[in-house]
Write a protein that binds this ligand. Sequence first.
Ligand SMILES: [Zn+2]
Ligand SMILES: [Zn+2]
Length: 291
Amino acid sequence: MLTDYHLHLRIDDVGSAADAFTEENVDRYLAAAEEQGIAELGVSEHVYRFADALELWDHPYWRDQATDDLGAYCEFVGTTSLRLGLEADYIRGAEDRIEGLLGAYDFDYVVGSVHFLGERGAVDDRRYDVWESFPDADSLWSAYFELQAELVRSGLFDIVSHPDLIKIWGDDRPAPERDPRFHYEPLAEALAESDTAVEVSTAGLRKPVGEIYPSEALAEMCKEAGAEFALSSDAHSPDQVGFGYEQAMEFLERLGIERICVFERRARRLEPLGRTGVEANEVTDSGEAAG
Ligand SMILES: [Zn+2]
Ligand SMILES: [Zn+2]
């Protein structure tokens, strides 16, 4: 089986819920998935899209974005064949409020993310660039992976998303001087004591870094820690569904990972990795089915 759980129907910064949450839009995603033999599709809209998120964190970016109704989103997704997910930011100190919000709806899974290192700034948004508030790459990478470890230890999330998002800018930002594995260690340790799955995300292939999240070295450490893996593209449009999945499948095979996580009502099972109903040679390297 293949999954694509980390999907956004809503386009960043533009558009409206009325445009995004329609049967027609969902059908475009489902058609793209079917062409590529992706059997399990779920949507995980950003928590900060919803007015409820302002109970978790009050930040200017969130205040701008928090317009949608979380209950209406859940209800809409319930009328489709998509799994119901949410991409929820881990906010240090807001654990009880996050738990309350997540418990109020029947999610199939919750993807936990670190985009902001608190008030110090964002990892993936130049408007709030976190690099300006750290003296060097090593101190930033340490702080980032420590927060990822806290996310995992919180037990609030089913999946830790884009596990090394900090590398997003690639060569545009300094690399840490230390071996990256030193920075990965707290996350691997947290995973060893947790059931949180690790997301293999092809989104990194579309970003300046041009690599899958996580790096192969980090994925190896996660595997050694006993973690299971979930597969997603973090698509923000139908043409990004299953993007780069040939590479992702090779990546997983190289690591000896033969099964991936499937979620239903926040329970997880493992299914063998592979396309459904499509021969491998019908799919091109870009992840798009030929013909
Ligand atoms: Zn994200
Ligand atoms: Zn996302």
